[in-house]
Ligand binder design. Structure first.
Ligand code: 5GP
Ligand code: ZN
Length: 138
């Protein structure tokens, strides 16, 4: 499954060069060209899925084990202090390349900011209403 207009399909297939740190039959892990920090990498499935809503469940089940493997290598190799996993879905959420990818962003004390949000203060009723809207669709 691929989308001929998708740059990450081409990168995942090796048709466009990338700095690859890991590859298997399902995934390619590349260095992000716009790295937020030293070692910022992207996990790309080789098949095209626009986002997590479309991602095949069997592939989804392999994403976090791979992220753990890469994270352990980042911790040892880069000596990072922590890391963020970031995964954007939809333009409103900041997704710019519409091929599922998981950002792995090493964090260093005093280094870049990644995602910061101001905690809100929903009422118990608002939490309940939002939960019910989700539960109704499960
Ligand atoms: P998004 O905003 O969709 O979650 O993230 C897309 C990411 O892909 C960005 O961090 C951007 O720097 C990276 N990116 C976009 N085009 C390329 C490319 O051609 N090669 C690589 N290695 N990274 C890319
Ligand atoms: Zn694609």
């Amino acid at each position: 499954m691929r989308d001929d207009n998708c740059i990450f399909c081409k990168i995942a297939a090796g048709e466009i060069p990338s700095k690859t740190v890991y590859e298997d039959e399902t995934f390619r892990v590349i260095m992000d060209l716009g790295a937020a920090s030293e070692g910022h990498a992207l996990i790309l499935p080789k098949d095209h899925y626009a986002n997590v809503l479309e991602l095949d469940e069997a592939i989804a089940a392999k994403v976090l084990p791979l992220a753990g493997k890469i994270a352990r290598a980042m911790k040892k190799g880069l000596k990072c202090d922590g890391l963020n996993l970031v995964q954007n879905n939809g333009e409103t959420a900041g997704q710019t390349v519409m091929h599922f990818h998981l950002h792995m962003i090493p964090r260093y004390k005093g280094g870049c900011e990644v995602i910061e949000w101001k905690p809100g203060s929903p009422t118990p009723e608002e939490l309940e209403a939002a939960a019910e809207k989700i539960k109704a669709e499960l």
